[in-house]
Write a protein that binds this ligand. Structure first.
Ligand code: COA
Length: 168
């Protein structure tokens, strides 16, 4: 039970007008080397192959964006996979299962789009995110040295997602 008892957070897709608020939320969630520029954020959110989830709280007037997840579809050999670009939850909304709801929604979208797997990079020092992804069933596959710049390594994580219709 959260502090803002009575308010609900709903998930929806990306809409025009979301760019500035998600950019600002990303600045709160990540330190400089890990942040995206407004331009990069626009490119990711508005790409034709983007999968997006926006978490909007009904507290206050007009709804407030309290989390988001951006992913995209990409070919991998003859198959299609999804790649998680970023996952952000506003600090005051953490530890209430919101990131879990969003990543599961992204996985559903990826499955519906025919993906067999979903992958991501996470900075090796981001213990919170590592714990989160491992709990969600992601497995560490390798180390990507210098992925975030000199001396800033990333772990690559991935998860197999069952094709539509289940495993038979
Ligand atoms: C990582 C992040 C997205 C998690 O969001 P969240 O909404 O708090 O996550 P959830 O509430 O869905 O957490 C689900 C589980 O993940 C694990 N987890 C999440 N945050 C944790 C923390 N700070 N410490 C330990 N475990 C944690 C727990 O197992 C948690 O379940 P529990 O609360 O029942 O113990 C959020 O902390 C965040 O935005 N961080 C900054 C940005 C970032 O690092 N993004 C991910 C990298 S792309």
């Amino acid at each position: 039970v959260g502090a803002d008892l009575g308010s609900a957070v709903r998930l929806r897709g990306y809409e025009a007008g979301d760019l500035q608020p998600i950019f600002e939320l990303d600045e709160i969630c990540f330190e400089p080397p890990f942040r995206f520029s407004l331009r990069a954020m626009r490119r990711f959110a508005e790409a034709q192959n983007a999968l997006t989830v926006i978490a909007e709280s009904d507290a206050g007037e007009g709804g407030e964006i309290v989390g988001f997840c951006l992913a995209h579809l990409e070919p991998s050999g003859r198959q299609q996979v999804a790649y998680v670009v970023t996952l952000d939850v506003a600090p005051e909304h953490r530890r209430r299962g919101l990131a879990a709801r969003m990543i599961r929604r992204i996985e559903e979208q990826a499955r519906d789009a025919g993906c067999v797997a979903i992958g991501l990079h996470v900075w090796v020092g981001n213990e919170t995110a590592i714990r989160f992804y491992e709990r969600e069933g992601y497995e560490r596959t390798r180390l990507a040295r210098g992925f975030y710049g000199a001396g800033l390594d990333a772990f690559v994580y991935s998860k197999l997602i069952a094709p539509e219709g289940g495993m038979g």
